[in-house]
Ligand binder design. Structure first.
Ligand code: MLT
Length: 269
C-alpha cells in the first residue's frame, strides 16, 4: 500500500439522477436489458423484479398495485436513494407508477409512462382476469405466456426478430404461478387513475408503440391530452414492448427526457 497523500479524482454514477424502471406483466427487470448499458452514462438505473416475477421470491397473494408500489418505494429506501427520482412504468408497471404518484408524490421528479393506460379494467376486463387466474390454476403459467406472446409484438418484430420473441418468452416463463395470479388480481382491482392525470405536475414522457395490440395508442393520446406537462412519442414498428423492439429510438427519447429532468432539478436547487 502507498503512503503518499494525494487527492484522487473519481467518477461515481450513484450521484446521478436515478430512474426506477418498473416492468409489466408477467415480465421482470430482464426486459430492460437493452436500456441498462445505454442509460448508465445518464442515470442510475434501479429495475426491480416485482414479487413473484423474475428472480424475486415467489410470494403468495393477495397482491394489489398499492402493495407493489410499496415494494418499489421500500426498495429505493433500502438502497438509501434520495428522492426525487424518475419513475418509468411499462404497462402494469405504469399502473404501479400511478399508485406511486398518488401515494408518494414527493418521490417523483419525473414520470415515464410506457405502453400503459390510466383507466381501470371494465367489467369484461375483470372477468377476463378471473378467467386468466383459473387458466393458471388449470394449465400453469405456460398457458398465459402462449396466449400473450403473439399479441406483444409489431408485425415487423414478428417477421424479423425471433431472438427478441424467444428472449421475451423465456423472461415470462420465469414468473411463478403465485406471482402471475397475484399480478392479475392486482390489475383487476386497480383504481382508475384518469381523474388524477390533470393534477400530475412533474414532467411526463409518454412512450407507446404504434402497433400496440394490448394497449391501443389512443390510450397514450388520451393521457397526453390530460397531463399538462407531458410529451407523447409514438414509436413506429413497435408493439407493446417498444424498449425491446426499437431500443435505439426508445433509449434516445428516454435519455433526452432524463437529461431535461436532471437540468430542471439542478435549476431548482
Ligand atoms: C402488461 O403488459 O403489463 C399487461 O398486459 C397489462 C394488462 O394486462 O393490463
Amino acid at each position: 500500500m502507498s503512503d503518499q497523500d494525494f487527492s484522487m479524482a473519481f467518477i461515481d454514477t450513484a450521484d446521478r439522477l436515478t430512474t426506477l424502471l418498473i416492468h409489466g406483466f408477467p415480465f421482470s427487470s430482464a426486459i430492460w436489458q437493452l436500456q441498462k448499458d445505454d442509460l448508465v452514462n445518464f442515470a442510475r438505473v434501479i429495475a426491480p423484479d416485482l414479487r413473484g416475477h423474475g428472480q424475486s421470491d415467489s410470494v403468495g397473494g393477495p397482491y394489489s398495485v398499492k402493495l407493489l408500489a410499496d415494494d418499489c418505494v421500500d426498495l429505493m429506501g433500502h438502497l438509501s436513494i434520495a428522492p426525487p427520482f424518475v419513475v418509468n412504468g411499462l404497462s402494469m408497471g405504469g399502473y404501479i407508477a400511478f399508485e406511486i404518484v398518488r401515494r408518494y408524490p414527493e418521490v417523483v421528479g419525473g414520470l415515464v409512462l410506457t405502453s400503459t393506460r390510466a383507466g381501470a379494467d371494465s367489467e369484461a376486463g375483470k372477468n377476463g382476469r378471473d378467467d386468466a387466474i383459473k387458466l393458471v390454476d388449470d394449465k400453469g403459467v405456460e398457458a398465459i405466456v402462449e396466449g400473450m406472446l403473439p399479441k406483444l409484438f409489431s408485425p415487423a418484430t414478428m417477421a424479423s426478430d425471433s431472438e427478441v420473441i424467444e428472449y421475451t418468452k423465456e423472461v415470462m416463463l420465469e414468473a411463478s404461478a403465485e406471482g402471475v395470479k397475484g399480478a392479475l388480481a392486482a390489475m383487476r382491482d386497480r383504481p382508475d387513475s384518469t381523474e388524477m392525470l390533470s393534477k400530475i405536475e412533474v414532467p411526463t414522457l409518454i412512450i407507446h408503440g404504434a402497433e400496440d395490440k394490448i394497449v391501443p395508442v389512443s390510450e397514450a393520446q388520451a393521457m397526453h391530452e390530460a397531463i399538462p406537462n407531458s410529451r407523447l412519442v409514438v414509436i413506429p414498428d413497435a408493439g407493446h414492448l417498444p424498449n425491446l423492439e426499437q431500443p435505439d429510438t426508445y433509449n434516445d427519447v428516454l435519455i433526452d427526457f432524463l437529461e431535461e429532468v436532471e437540468e430542471l432539478m439542478s435549476e431548482d436547487e
